[in-house]
Write a protein that binds this ligand. Structure first.
Ligand code: EPZ
Length: 439
């Protein structure tokens, strides 16, 4: 039972990180062990889903990253009581929420705030939020989210930069998504959790963090079946107040980023606290390129002998269980160090190759043609002054700096620290020569 009286107001401090940079001296082989934090994208969905509850809950393994702290600030602004303990767990009591309007200016700074549409719609039968922000790599429509809400009986109105959704009542329906969308799948699932009747979401996305949101809601008393497949059945329930704890799954993309760092520095890194099945799209390709991958129950060790040539390969990003688009930039850096000509096809986002201009200033030989990047490996990379344009592109530039000869400065690291917990200390513990400076 969660003791709700202990959940008191607490100012969440979101540090201003816009003027900070990383300085990296390349050439070190990374080696050692790293514990993987909770999944940022699962936490964003779960914290939003908690706003639907009729009781308090404890969420464990929540990463301490800027996107999560912003989401907590937005939810506290709605009136929810949220406290983080020293182990990084969140105690959430949404019962004091007093408004269905998420119009805190930080709503526009992250993508995950759009999950509050479904949660507040489920709680109040209406919700209003600013259009969400997030990484800028092409158009990021939300028409499939709206399609789902309308199917449940809601009216959608977008004006003055805000989305307003309202329904007399929410009634379970059959929704066939035109596009496989993580966000739409999660948002509709949350809104349907307390709708009358059964909602069937077809052509649903299957990412591990969708399963995590479904498992959290089921722990709190919901009735959701099929998450992780392309057909999810949500049988609405009148009340969600199980007063339980829930622990978030490990972050698949953080783990993949460190596994790629091991391969490109020709080192040896073991990532701990992972779910190996979630990493299979990457482990299979690393082995294909010649890396040694040893898989344990909750750990994966990636190693490449010093000086070993990795083989070129072809990648295509796809919805899970395909190769994750969120590892595309980091993998493209690895392909710069492989032997021969590789191909990276980005099939999820329109414009997720912007970081390649920065890689070219470091000596990368990459030709872009629409959704395809052709990477000529084997060229030396040299350090340069580059800028993180989004979360995963920023992480990729850090990886490039680890490999490059000389010094690399990566600017605007606020974008990186949105999604990588204790990034500097984890990288340094692996032997990276990296320093964080406030400009
Ligand atoms: C989530 O974004 C992730 N963000 C992204 O991770 C990730 O890249 C993406 O899923 C794909 O895996 C969070 O979970 C907060 P989508 P989301 O809806 O939900 C189109 C990171 O690095 N689409 O699955 O916005 C869309 O244009 C971030 O952590 C529509 O057409 O992605 C895209 O082409 C970056 N209409 C495709 O679907 C819609 O209504 C997949 O988008 C919604 C999406």
């Amino acid at each position: 039972m969660i003791n709700r009286t202990l959940i008191k107001e607490e100012k969440v401090k979101v540090r201003d990180q816009h003027l900070a940079s990383y300085i990296i001296r390349g050439g070190n082989r990374l080696s050692g062990d790293v514990n993987i934090s909770g999944s940022k994208n699962a936490a964003l969905g779960i914290i939003s889903a908690a706003m639907l509850l009729d009781g308090a809950c404890k969420i464990e393994n929540v990463p301490d990253v800027a996107d999560i702290n912003v989401m907590v600030e937005i939810c506290k602004h709605l009136g929810a009581k949220i406290k983080r303990d020293s182990e990084g767990s969140l105690y959430i009591d949404p019962c004091s929420i007093s408004t269905w309007e998420a119009t805190h200016d930080k709503v526009r700074s992250i993508r995950g705030s759009y999950y509050l549409l479904g949660a507040l719609l489920g709680r109040f039968k209406k919700s209003t939020i600013y259009m969400p922000g997030g990484c800028n790599f092409g158009t990021r429509p939300i028409d499939q989210h709206m399609k789902g809400f309308e199917a449940l009986g809601a009216h959608v109105n977008i004006e003055y930069g805000k989305i307003h959704v309202e329904a007399e009542k929410l009634k379970g329906e059959h929704v066939f998504l035109d596009v496989v969308s993580v966000g739409a799948t999660v948002n509709i699932m949350i809104a349907a959790a307390k709708a009358e009747g059964v909602t069937v979401i077809e052509n649903a996305a299957r990412e591990p963090h969708i399963v995590d949101v479904a498992n959290f809601l089921n722990t709190m008393g919901a009735n959701i079946r099929g998450a992780g497949t392309d057909v999810i059945r949500v049988s609405g329930v009148p009340v969600l107040e199980a007063d339980c704890s829930y622990s978030i799954i490990p972050d698949q993309i953080e783990a993949g980023t460190y596994m790629l760092a091991a391969a490109l520095t020709r080192g040896q890194i073991t990532v701990h606290g992972v779910i190996p099945r979630h990493m299979e799209p990457l482990t299979a390709k690393l082995e294909e390129m010649g890396a040694l991958v040893e898989v344990g129950d909750e750990s994966i060790c990636v190693s490449v002998e010093n000086g070993k040539q990795l083989q070129a390969a072809s990648y295509k990003t796809m919805p899970y269980p395909g190769f994750p688009t969120d590892l595309q930039p980091q993998t493209t850096v690895l392909l710069c160090t492989a032997n021969g000509s590789s191909r990276m096809t980005e099939s999820v986002w329109d414009n997720r190759f912007q970081y390649i201009d920065d890689l070219k200033t470091m000596g990368a030989d990459i030709l872009i043609s629409g959704k395809l990047a052709i990477i000529e490996g084997g060229h030396k990379l040299t350090g340069a002054h580059v800028t993180a344009r989004d979360l995963r592109a920023g992480a990729a530039l850090v990886l490039a700096g680890l490999y490059a000869e000389g010094m690399t400065e990566v600017d605007d690291i606020s974008k990186i620290e949105r999604g990588y917990e204790n990034f500097i200390s984890k990288m340094r513990s692996l032997g990276a020569d990296i320093t964080r400076i406030e400009n």
